[in-house]
Design a binder for this molecule. Structure first.
Ligand code: MG
Length: 169
């Protein structure tokens, strides 16, 4: 068994006239997150954590924002594509720990739905997925309500075939 840890971060500004999608879950709020795709910072940070853990580059290399095919993209579909690649190589999620920094909206009522959705996309149990809301006490862009940020750590494991017998003996 071999294990790898990965770290992901993302932040986007709020924009009016867009739905708020976080962790693949639609949240009721008067603004959404801007960006080329649906602006789902939590999923973007998860993707970068997965890619970082496995040395597969970063989300911008996989899904360039210059590619019109990704405009308005459902980030859950992008995560699904990345996860299929990792799962095919034999990786599985040991645990995923997320922090979402936002002054508004209140995320508490939606944490369970986000955990369930992320677990479904990553083919793991929701008990190994954590999403923790954090306010910024009025400081910086998140604290001033200009946008949101997400931090993600993932631990992945892969079963390695046992070492071949030592031929020199
Ligand atoms: Mg992003």
């Amino acid at each position: 068994m071999s294990e790898r840890v990965g770290l992901g971060f993302d932040s986007h500004r709020f924009e009016s006239g867009r739905p708020l999608v976080l962790g693949g879950t639609r949240l009721p709020f008067e603004m959404g997150l801007g960006g080329h795709s649906d602006g789902d910072i939590l999923i973007h940070a998860v993707v970068d954590a997965l890619l970082g853990a496995t040395g597969r580059g970063n989300i911008g290399e996989w899904f360039p924002d210059t590619d019109a095919a990704h405009k308005g993209a459902d980030s859950a579909i992008l995560l699904g594509r990345v996860w299929r690649d990792l799962a095919a190589a034999g990786w599985r999620v040991v645990n995923l720990d997320c922090v979402v920094i936002a002054e508004q909206p209140r995320l508490g009522p939606h944490l369970g739905a986000m955990r369930e959705r992320l677990a479904g996309l990553l083919e793991c149990g929701p008990e190994v997925v954590s999403v923790k809301p954090k306010t910024a006490e009025g400081l910086g862009f998140a604290g001033q309500g200009e946008g949101m940020a997400a931090l993600v750590v993932v631990l992945l494991a892969i079963a390695r075939p046992s070492s071949p017998p030592d031929a020199s003996r």
